[in-house]
Design a protein around this ligand. Structure first.
Ligand code: GTR
Length: 333
């Protein structure tokens, strides 16, 4: 009898304290749970899109759904230039970007965009997964875009409404480019007129004759159905500009060191998958466009095309930092 009145307040206090701790833990878990908005330009079955989905699965699995990723495919959140701005402002959390529209913002991205630089896909992977890739990534981080992994985008070639077999055939043609000074100069060096346009406007512009051609890899030529309106594909393979899977610096800075490691590892694993899917899709897309009526001109001698690029190197590799990176890339075995 005597102990009971004493025990009750003690038990009550202990129970209240336990409840308070449980509430705090619950609140902490809830507040840490986050959903990231992801931007992607491609349709859901594209290798980039499947890589991004894999990235999301791995992050969700490894954080027990504490970090969930939702990718909006097919440029639902805007065209690439807008998405870059949104990511810098933190309203898009992750995205997959081609480096070309980042060329003006982070000039080191011009290096892997340069024409006829990489000898093979293996050469590209060794360079981008190594210290040169890290230096370029560091500059991007400085402008608010933190690269996590390099995705493949194959070789870009010219496709036009009229047959093109040699550089002179492009003379006077209007060729669509991405928003990048380097690309404008590259197309000018071929004697053509560069016309910057968002990806999503290329089909109708080709159809209506606003432009005479564009340039891209096999999978994009196929997925956009550009082959229906620009039937002549010349395998110039003039640039192997790669792509990044990246997170906004705003998100990145809020992550713990352990989460940063986890997110990066998931991105790199997704890149391994994306690269395999990419190689397969390049082959399939090529077959599909030929079946759909594309006329392929094999450019076996790239010499004249490479020679035409001299002014591009003279201008962009004049910068000592760019020149030294170009040299390191050439020396990478
Ligand atoms: C694709 C690339 C896109 C975009 C597009 C374009 O190959 O994957 O990110 O850069 O080309 O030409 O706009």
């Amino acid at each position: 009898m005597t102990g009971a009145p004493m025990a009750r307040p003690w038990r009550l206090r202990a129970a209240l304290a336990a409840a308070a701790i449980a509430m705090t833990c619950f609140a902490a878990t809830v507040s840490k749970a986050q959903e990231w908005r992801g931007w992607n330009i491609h349709p859901p079955d594209y290798p980039v899109s499947r890589g991004m989905e894999r990235f999301g699965e791995l992050v969700a699995q490894r954080t027990n759904n504490r970090i969930r990723l939702k990718t909006y495919h097919s440029a639902q959140l805007g065209q690439q230039d807008e998405a870059i701005q949104q990511m810098r402002l933190g309203s898009i959390d992750f995205a997959e970007f081609n480096l070309s529209p980042l060329n003006n913002l982070a000039p080191l991205t011009q290096v892997p965009t340069l024409p006829f630089l990489f000898r093979s896909v293996e050469h590209l992977h060794t360079v981008m997964d190594g210290p040169v890739g890290d230096e370029i990534a560091k500059q991007l981080e400085g402008v608010g875009i933190v690269p996590l992994a390099w995705y493949d985008a194959g070789a870009r070639s010219m496709y036009t409404r009229r047959l093109v077999a040699k550089p002179e055939d492009l003379r006077g043609m209007k060729i669509r480019v991405q928003t990048s000074d380097l690309w404008i100069d590259l197309i000018r060096a071929l004697g053509a007129n560069p016309t910057p346009l968002p990806f999503g406007e290329v089909y109708t512009s080709l159809q209506s004759g606003v432009i005479d051609g564009a340039e891209n890899n096999w999978p994009s030529y196929e997925s956009t159905r550009h082959f229906e309106v620009a039937r002549y594909f010349a395998t110039t393979e003039h640039s192997n500009v790669p792509e990044i899977l990246a997170v906004s610096r705003t998100r990145w800075q809020r992550l713990s060191a352990a989460d940063k490691e986890l997110v990066k590892a998931a991105a790199r694993e997704s890149a391994q998958m994306q690269r395999q899917l990419w190689a397969e899709r390049e082959r399939v897309s090529r077959e599909r466009v030929i079946a759909g009526g594309a006329q392929v001109t094999e450019i076996t001698d790239k010499g004249p095309w490479q020679a035409a690029m001299a002014p591009v190197y003279a201008k962009y590799a004049a910068d000592p930092t760019v020149a030294s990176l170009v040299q390191r890339i050439r020396e990478t075995r």
